[in-house]
Ligand binder design. Structure first.
Ligand SMILES: Nc1ncnc2c1ncn2[C@@H]1O[C@H](COP(=O)(O)OP(=O)(O)OP(=O)(O)O)[C@@H](O)[C@H]1O
Length: 316
């Protein structure tokens, strides 16, 4: 459905996107994941038509859309700071995209009916007459989503849509968005720097750093088979063992002999496991180990020996 080919973008001679290529299948939910400044938003804005590339192309259904305006691209977008119109009611906000259409503008009554329907969909029926200031943050984000969906976009683009909300609301909205995405058969791309959000929501994750794609894969692939040291560090927690081994905290186990000696510094309960924090005697590197909470917890000050069950090394 979407193909991005060899995209390059510079701001004042600084490359913020370098040779980005990516394809998105119809119905996919894609996460762009990376640290601040990695180029996620710029890529999303170029796909939306809000920003233009220096080189490369964006194809939608096989057609080069580089010359098309935002409106003609039929994309819906929700940005963290893309505020609702304060002087308009919730229902008017939702109907906005349809009411400003130059071509095929539906009659007023139809727009109102469509807004009602969408408010029901985002579970805000009955609130159409309120103003944005009379809603909670989570409700506002759902209105923003309803507004984006009103134009029946081919593609939904979301930039940190739940960034400003507290953890619990975020989690609820996340789940709800995933269901909505499926129900409506949407194709969506969302930007996040929150790995948990990316792994939980996305069919595939695009991990970016410094304007390049480090890896594209399913959440499982990204977590279990990180392609680069950057991905291994950025997604999930990673320990460095001598010999260049990268090991997840839950992939270490305690052994009687052999392995690496670790001086235990701190032990605490982390959900269903003991999280042991310590220092590798050999290298002085900090290690984090997760142990089954059913097993006895090592004591701070003790020296234990650990061995990886599974590890990854990166050549070079
Ligand atoms: N209009 C602009 N003019 C100049 N530089 C820009 C402009 N927009 C973005 N940049 C720079 O491009 C780089 C990528 O920014 P971008 O917003 O795409 O990153 P991001 O990964 O979305 O980061 P964040 O998670 O902080 O939003 C940054 O270094 C940013 O400072």
């Amino acid at each position: 459905m979407i193909r991005v080919n060899n995209l390059t973008k510079r701001f004042d001679d600084v490359s913020v996107l370098r040779d980005i290529s990516l394809s998105v299948e119809p119905g996919e939910f894609i996460a762009l994941l990376g640290p601040s400044g990695s180029g996620k938003t710029t890529l999303l804005r170029i796909i939306a038509g809000l920003e233009f590339q220096d080189e490369g192309e964006v194809l939608v259904d096989g057609r080069d859309v580089s010359g098309l305006s935002v409106r003609d691209r039929q994309v819906g977008f929700v940005f963290q700071h893309y505020a609702l119109f304060r002087h308009m009611t919730v229902a008017q906000n939702v109907g906005f995209g349809l009411s400003v259409r130059k071509r095929n503008r539906p009659p007023k009554r139809e727009i109102e009916a469509r807004a009602q329907e969408l408010l029901r969909l985002v579970q805000l029926d009955g609130l159409g007459k309120r103003y944005p200031s009379q809603l909670s943050g989570g409700q506002r984000q759902r209105v923003a989503l309803a507004r984006a969906l009103a134009i029946e976009p081919k593609l939904l683009l979301l930039d940190e849509p739940f960034g400003a909300l507290d953890a619990k609301v975020r989690k609820d909205l996340r789940r709800w968005l995933r269901d909505l995405h499926r129900q409506m058969g949407l194709t969506s791309i969302f930007v996040t720097h929150d790995q948990e959000e990316a792994l939980e929501l996305a069919d595939r994750v695009v991990v970016m750093d410094h304007g390049v794609i480090e890896q594209i894969g399913t959440p499982e692939e990204i977590y279990m088979e990180p392609a680069t040291p950057f991905v291994s560090h950025f997604v999930g927690e990673t320990n460095h063992l001598p010999d260049g081994l990268h090991v997840r905290p839950h992939d270490l186990r305690i052994v009687e002999e052999g392995g690496e000696a670790v001086l235990v510094d701190n032990v605490f309960r982390k959900g269903g496991v003991w999280r042991v924090e310590g220092v590798l005697s050999g290298t002085g590197e900090i290690v984090e180990i997760d142990l089954d909470a059913g097993s006895p917890a090592p004591q701070p000050g003790a020296t234990i020996r650990v061995q990886p069950l599974r590890s990854k090394s990166f050549g070079g």
